[in-house]
Design a protein around this ligand. Structure first.
Ligand code: FAD
Length: 412
């Protein structure tokens, strides 16, 4: 049996940022993950540091989308019909959270957490010598028709009311920023404060290297169960070996639910599956991430490739790729860049999603020996540094950087 100060269970971006933060303050940290850290969902995302993503996924508009959600495989959101029954409890909560009053409460809580996330990442990339991978030239939402541009204005007014800096661009202004976006008739919303990573996988690798350099022990095994014992928190690994820690941080993304359950906390965590396809090319056509507002996918220029990324598929953690989701992204990309050809690869990842779009960053209901740091949905990359700060404040019982009751496990 191994004894340690802090175990971080799950080494995606949240676990890695948390481990680094704790190591920086001189704590002993052990990271456990059955896979190479940072190679799951935290690897394949759109790379945006999306301080502007203040609106929850569940909003009153979702009610109009229910028929296409259930029936149309060409819609940006789809649901695996075979999973509808098991998804029902999550879906009911999600619909409740989409009502106007709840959606407004959630937007406020999300915007508070997102505040200054770009600055936090700027500090973090400095520590790992990755400044050149974090690009600060804004983000665009583009509209392919005039009517969706007009509809977009309402969405942007909501964001502005939450403090987000956004400029509406006509098609010619858009073309000045992105000369290759020639056929966009509606225009765009431009978030000048948006930043992005031109290689999220590289950032994950550098974070891992840094935590190892700072003395973190990495154990490449999955945890099977956790329980409190007289000496602390016991983590049992897949080979039945045991670790006893004074503090356990659960940051296993979409895989975190069972661990919270094991210590008596219920969390309505489910999965929004998301996809990417990549087109290898020397100059990836765009200067910044550009999101199709109508079709709900990003095109993000990454080192040596254009990553077309997004869509939501409700339907659990199976590793099987739904070809219609990949086709959706391919069709969307070729409607804008007809000469792209076939993608070089396709990828599936699992957004850890809570119906109110707020992550769980909280001590367990029975004390701060177990800390939850998961459920970041569409914005986990963006929120990793602030999550790490909050986790540290919970462990050290010091004042957190903001009021954190909105992210508590006790809200369910
Ligand atoms: C298509 C797509 C696009 C996205 N775009 C963006 C974006 O542009 N900006 C943004 O901010 N966010 C984005 N996101 C969301 C973001 O990627 C996630 O919120 C984030 O990666 C979640 O990080 P995590 O560390 O919680 O989980 P993960 O990265 O999933 O890491 C969890 C880790 O836990 C490990 N684990 C699993 N089981 C166990 C176990 N039993 N024991 C120990 N460890 C275990 C896994 O192996 C994994 O390494 C996107 C997501 C998707 C799918």
């Amino acid at each position: 049996m191994i004894k340690t100060d802090i175990v971080v269970l799950g080494g995606g971006v949240v676990g890695l940022a948390t481990a680094l933060r704790l190591l920086n303050s001189g704590r002993e940290v052990m990271l456990i993950d059955p896979e190479e850290p940072g190679t799951g969902t935290s690897y394949g995302n759109a790379g945006t540091i999306a301080e502007y993503a203040v609106l929850p996924v569940g909003s009153p508009d979702i009610f109009k989308k229910i028929p296409s959600l259930l029936l149309d495989k060409k819609s940006p959101i789809s649901i695996k019909r075979s999973e509808i029954l098991s998804l029902a409890p999550w879906l009911l909560r999600f619909l409740y959270q989409s009502m106007p009053k709840q959606a407004a409460i959630n937007a406020q809580a999300i915007s508070e957490l997102l505040f200054d996330s770009r600055k936090r990442w700027e500090l973090l990339v400095k520590q790992i010598d990755a400044d050149s991978i974090l690009k600060s030239n804004g983000t665009l939402y583009f509209y392919q028709s005039k009517s969706s541009y007009e509809a977009g204005k309402k969405d942007m007014a909501n964001r502005k009311s939450l403090g987000i800096n956004v400029e509406m661009l006509d098609p010619s202004e858009l073309q000045r920023l992105e000369p290759n976006l020639k056929i966009i008739e509606g225009g765009a919303s431009f978030f000048p404060d948006g930043a992005y990573m031109s290689d999220p996988g590289k950032i994950m690798k550098l974070l891992l290297d840094e935590v190892i350099k700072k003395g973190c022990q990495f154990i490449k095994k999955g945890a099977t169960s956790i329980e409190r014992c007289s000496e602390g928190v016991k983590v049992v690994l897949a080979d039945n070996s045991e670790i006893i820690a004074k503090h356990l941080v659960i940051s296993a993304g979409a895989y975190s639910k069972k661990f919270a359950n094991q210590v008596g906390d219920y969390v309505p965590l489910d999965v929004e599956r998301g996809y990417h396809v990549e087109y290898d090319m020397e100059k990836p056509l765009l200067n910044r991430p550009c999101c199709s507002a109508e079709k709900g996918f990003y095109m993000s220029p990454m080192t040596g490739r254009l990553r077309v990324v997004g869509t939501v598929e409700l339907g659990g953690l199976s590793a099987t790729i739904s070809q219609h989701r990949v086709d959706y992204l391919e069709r969307g990309a070729s409607s804008i860049f007809p000469n792209l050809g076939k993608p070089s690869r396709a990828w599936l990842g699992f957004r850890p999603s809570i119906p109110d779009s707020r992550p769980v960053i909280s001590q367990s209901s029975k004390g701060n020996d177990i800390i939850y740091a998961f459920g970041h949905g569409h914005i986990g990359l963006t929120l990793a540094p602030i999550t790490a700060e909050i986790v540290e404040s919970i462990i050290t019982k010091t004042k957190p950087p903001l009021a954190i009751s909105a992210y508590s496990v006790q809200r369910f």
